[in-house]
Design a protein around this ligand. Structure first.
Ligand code: AHR
Length: 325
């Protein structure tokens, strides 16, 4: 019965532009191979996101699971539509990365009614009913923000700085990493009178918007008045650096650059002294997600929250061994 359903599902997916990655035989994962996972990815805005999508695709393949995958191109409505189609196809587990925190309760109640467990990956939702999702796998973004703030305090000590003006370029408004990286950073620096945030603007996690924000900031402020840029991801940081370098401003020397993620181009820039600190955000969440799928289908209880290991790479430490994704 499930096989006929799968054939229909493949036909429908082709029609609606979704794709079902073909499942290989499970390796040594102990997985059940007729399981189908519906995965709604929020977009492809950054190298982080592309690495994350590939990690989930690869893990599903390793576990021998069918994967219905839809990329929502940064649109919440499209994610809601994808989740509805996963419910209609009666997938075994729904996995999704919510672009923003609010607005999911309605569709998740539909999933609950259909008795399909939901795993949140990468980002969290805001809900009054925590039972609407079974588990969350992703970073502790508040801790990431705190790590960025702690680095800045240590850097200010190392420089003997009396005062530093900061601009923050944040990610997508109302997304978990935007909210929590901001809150963690502010909490970490709030007791340090040397540190002042001049302005916080959103670059939507995009390289092009990071560059646009920087151009606007340089219309408002003299570059000599900006001592620190705290950017919520590497894609925006690379765009910001393009603009600074076009204007003859040396990122990493004239302005302290703090970034988040750890993609290869940013790690190279860290080694070249053009970025001062990268707070790592680990995109390789696929294995942890598929383990949860396996355990759920085996009737085991699973942890509600799992965070991957994440480090901090900076000019205050040795960066020789650091590897980007
Ligand atoms: O949610 C994780 C964030 O989303 C990453 O830091 C960023 O690069 C991505 O777009």
């Amino acid at each position: 019965m499930k096989r006929i359903g799968l054939i229909l599902l493949l036909m429908l997916l082709t029609l609606c532009g979704c794709s079902r990655e073909n499942a290989a035989q499970p390796a040594e994962t102990g997985a059940w191979s007729d399981i189908v996972v519906g995965f709604s990815q929020l977009g492809a805005e950054s190298s982080w996101r592309i690495a994350n999508t590939e990690s989930i695709r690869k893990a599903a393949e390793d576990y021998g699971y069918g994967l219905m995958m839809d990329n929502a191109n940064q649109k919440q409505d499209r994610q809601i539509d994808a989740i509805r189609s996963f419910i209609a196809y009666r997938v075994d587990v729904i996995v999704f990365s919510p672009i923003v925190e609010g607005g999911w309760d309605h569709v998740l109640k539909e999933a609950a009614k259909a008795e399909i467990p939901v795993i949140l990956v990468d980002r969290m939702i805001e809900t009054e009913d925590e039972d609407l999702y079974t588990a969350y796998v992703g970073a502790d973004f508040y801790l990431e923000g705190q790590k960025a703030g702690r680095y800045l305090k240590a850097k200010a000590d190392a420089m003997g700085a009396e005062h530093l003006n900061i601009v923050e370029i944040s990610g997508t408004i109302d997304s978990t990493p935007m909210r929590d990286r901001h809150a963690g950073f502010m909490d970490a620096i709030s007791d340090d009178p040397r540190l002042t945030v001049l302005e916080s603007v959103s670059g939507d996690f995009l390289r092009s918007k990071g560059a646009e924000c920087m151009r606007q900031l340089l219309n408002t402020y003299d570059s000599k008045d900006i001592d620190v840029i705290y950017s919520h991801n590497d894609s925006m940081t690379l765009g910001i650096m393009d603009v600074l370098e076009e204007r003859g401003i040396r990122p990493g020397e004239d302005i302290i650059m703090i970034s988040v993620d750890g993609e290869k181009a940013a790690v190279d820039a860290l080694r070249e002294g053009r970025i001062n600190c990268i707070v790592q955000c680990n995109p390789h969440l696929g294995e942890d997600v598929m383990k949860l799928v396996r355990d759920l289908k085996a009737g085991l209880s699973v942890p509600k929250i799992s965070h991957p290991f994440e480090a901090v790479f900076s000019d205050l430490d040795d960066t020789k061994e650091v590897e980007g994704f």
